[in-house]
Design a protein around this ligand. Sequence first.
Ligand code: KIV
Length: 301
Amino acid sequence: MSAAPRAGNGKVTVPDMLSRKQHSPAGFSGATQEPKPKITCLTAYDYPTARLLDEAGVDILLVGDSVGMAVLGYESTLPVTLDEMVHHTRAVRRATRHALLVADMPYGSFHVSLDESVRNAVRLVKEGGAEAVKVEGGERRIELIARLVEAEIPVMGHVGLTPQSINAMGGFHVQGKTSDAARQVERDARAVETAGAFAVVLESMPRDLAARITEKLRIPTIGIGAGPDCDGQVLVIHDLLGLGGERRPKFVRPYANLSAEITRAVTSYCDDVRSGAFPSDAESYHSAAELREQQLVAQRR
Ligand code: KIV
């Protein structure tokens, strides 16, 4: 397994991400600050995609447990195993030179005991080459996040809609829509920060709630379905490329339509093979002229 590249030479680090907070909370710093470039984050699950994203300058590559739905064909993220996460993280690690590599802790890998959770996170770092892990949940994860940070593992929190809670939440619903629910999401985000996370994903919540949380926290917020006021944005790469399923959430902007492009290419290939147009003579290897000549002579005898 290739080791994580060292800081320097454009390598994105956890302290870099902390320094990209758009503004300090009220009273934290009196000085007027220059706007900083927003943090870009995308999911990646394999070597060639990770290489393209890294070369394009994405700040954070997230090996999300969305791999379960985007790549492995599961109905939800719940069946994704730690071994699968390690496997995909290793592939992304081999391709990543500049981006910060964050791996998701999958469902079940941090729900039994703190000791086991730390051991599982260590596997993502040691075997997968992750530089940080992401953990879903807010107030309930305070102890876990503190233990991981104590074990030198930077943690990205994830509050609002947490897909691993799909059964408890009763589906993929926008969170924080009542004042009580909004207060809970805010408490969750604060808890994650207090526990020592270096950033937090805010998923599927009203724009004004995400803006308020972003304003109050000292760590950067990375939004998905949380409006434009967060310190950064994340999308599932398959959604961005138009490779996702039929149902596209409102917050997804497809920047390409690769499904159509792949279908077009594969249909043309099948047509060409069936008609004999592929491969052409130019796409074939040839024996040396001398050998062909000898074979012709032998055939004539
Ligand atoms: O698993 C994932 O890809 C995620 C992001 C969408 C935030 O959690």
